[in-house]
Design a protein around this ligand. Structure first.
Ligand code: PBG
Length: 326
């Protein structure tokens, strides 16, 4: 093996053309999924305070927004609904005329080829802000499954392309798969938030979706951050129950988890570059403390390098603009 001075690793770093030639990882626009928050009302395009550049839209403004997203080459959106009325059992999550169901129909009519992924969870719809039904002060797993399956079904009926459960109940993938298959939606894939951790990085999202728990926290169902072997078991279970695509969330503090899952399972793997990760970059960039574009490119590339095939990110639009303009 050659060593210095015959070997000089700097030789292939000398110009941008050389660097591009030996580059190992590239983020493609086609890898990205852009999250969208949908609210009731008309003419609403409201910026989320802790997520500059991200907005909540009313359904009537979605066609223009998704046309722009599709024009940028982004293949998919991930929908979150923020209903006007919340109750103990999250009824608005599984109504035919619910906010997400309306949004799905409008988007599929405006841009049929854009993939609509829907987040299936009750936390945006329950008055207590937990991801399931409360029985004796804690979230009841098995009763929640029935409502999650019903929610997933209503999304598929409205035209969703991919169902993405994010609640972290045991058995939800199986419950949703069975329900979809019973109702002739065998062709609809499930993207499961398989290894979803309890995380401080969801803070801005909870402001955006008004979904902060009114008591307690989510530690009794979302994963404990120190654990990685357990993440592999979660993924294994979701695959056994019928997940088609698996996810690790958040992304940045969990790049090792992404890598372990990538090396262990030959399934398409998504990573969620979550709201808090976005907010940190925006806040520092606004103060001139970070070069925004370089930071975002480095972050997305790192998530891909760790092993993610698909990246869900609030940076999708700006990144796509930079990539297409060069
Ligand atoms: C719903 C859900 C959450 C996120 C995605 N789906 C919030 C949570 O679990 O508290 C977080 C996304 C983000 O922070 O960008 N359960």
């Amino acid at each position: 093996m050659a060593t210095f001075p015959q070997l000089r690793l700097r030789r292939t770093r000398r110009t941008e053309t050389l660097r591009a030639l030996v580059r190992e990882t590239r983020v493609d626009i086609g890898d990205l999924v852009y999250p969208l928050f949908v609210v009731e009302g008309r003419g609403v395009k409201q910026e989320i305070a802790s997520m500059p550049g991200a907005f909540r839209f009313s359904v009537d403004l979605l066609p223009a927004e998704v046309e722009e997203i599709a024009k940028l080459g982004i293949p998919a959106v991930l929908l979150f609904g923020i209903p006007e009325n919340k109750d103990e059992v999250g009824s608005e999550a599984y109504q035919r005329q619910g906010i997400v169901q309306q949004a799905i129909r409008v988007i599929k009519r405006a841009v049929p080829e854009l993939l609509v992924v829907t987040d299936v969870c009750l936390c945006e719809y329950t008055s207590h802000g937990h991801c399931g039904i409360i029985v004796d002060g804690s979230v009841d797993n098995d009763q929640t499954l029935v409502l999650l399956a019903r929610t997933a079904m209503s999304h598929a009926e409205a035209g969703a392309d991919i169902i993405a459960p994010s609640d972290m109940m045991d058995g939800r993938v199986k419950a949703i798969r069975e329900k979809l298959d019973e109702e002739k939606f065998q062709h609809i894939p499930i993207l499961s938030y398989a290894a979803k951790y309890t995380s401080a990085f969801y803070g801005p999202f909870r402001e955006a979706a008004e979904s902060a728990p009114q008591f307690g926290d989510r530690r009794a169902y979302q994963m404990d951050p120190p654990n990685v072997r357990e993440a592999l078991r979660e993924v294994e279970q979701d695959i056994a129950e019928g997940a088609d695509i698996i996810m690790v969330k958040p992304a940045l503090a969990y790049l090792d988890v992404i890598r372990r899952v990538r090396d262990t399972f030959d399934y398409p793997l998504a990573a969620y570059n979550v709201s808090g990760e976005y907010a940190m970059v925006k806040a520092a960039a606004q103060r001139g403390w970070l070069d925004e574009r370089r930071t975002i490119e480095e972050i997305l590339t790192a998530i891909k390098r760790a092993g993610a095939d698909i990246i869900i990110t609030y940076h999708a639009k700006e990144f796509s603009r930079w990539l297409s303009r060069g």
